[in-house]
Design a protein around this ligand. Structure first.
Ligand code: FES
Length: 203
């Protein structure tokens, strides 16, 4: 495919454009009194996401966010912030990047990795809320482990991508998530994990 064709294939849906041009629920007030806060990603990698939530009766009463990510990260987090208002903590905890991008009508495949920080920052905010309350976290069915520190990619995420058939090679995993594209220190472990999940799910 030529460069020209690649550029013309960067097609965003109207919803993506709208959420990028008019992002909802941006954190502008530095005195926002959140009940829980999650920060993931790193500025060194050019992607960082902050999510702050207010909680009432174990439901998300309000959410604000801030990111230094690209257009796709902004659109997907804006959409996520609209989706989770009123959700129970358990529902919010189960939200996946796939659910968010599907609500947006999809993202160009090579931009999918831009959408993966929002839901993780949201889970971190719920973790923080429960910790502040001195409560156990009943939503952590299993403890997700970070495999790629630079991009904040977890073992659960790799498992999910293998399970739904999105990924069968390390190259595809890197392209979709950005894993291994900064320091590269996670590639061996990720490759091993990928093979294990491919075996487990018979792909
Ligand atoms: S840990 Fe740096 S690229 Fe994965």
């Amino acid at each position: 495919m030529s460069d020209k064709q690649t550029i013309f294939n960067w097609v965003y849906t109207e919803k993506v454009k709208d959420h990028f041009m008019n992002p909802k629920n941006i954190l502008e007030d530095d005195d926002y009194q959140e009940d829980g806060k999650g920060l993931v990603g790193s500025m060194a990698c050019g992607d960082q996401m902050l999510v702050a939530i207010k909680v009432e009766n174990d439901r998300i009463a309000d959410i604000k966010w801030r990111t230094y990510g690209c257009a796709s990260a902004i659109a997907s987090t804006s959409m996520m912030s609209e989706m989770v208002k009123g959700m129970s903590l358990e529902e919010a905890y189960s939200l996946t990047p796939q659910m968010i991008t599907s609500e947006l009508g999809g993202l160009p495949e090579h931009k999918f990795h831009c959408s993966v920080l929002g839901d993780k920052a949201l889970r971190a905010a719920v973790d923080d809320y429960l910790e502040r309350q001195g409560r156990d976290n009943p939503y952590k069915r299993q403890t997700a482990k970070i495999v790629c520190e630079c991009k904040g990619i977890t073992d659960q995420q790799i498992e999910e991508l293998v399970r739904d058939g999105s990924v069968t090679t390390l190259g595809q995993l890197q392209e979709l998530t950005g894993l291994g594209t900064v320091c590269g220190g996670c590639k061996d472990q990720a490759d091993q994990m990928l093979h294990d999940f491919l075996h487990i799910y018979g792909k």
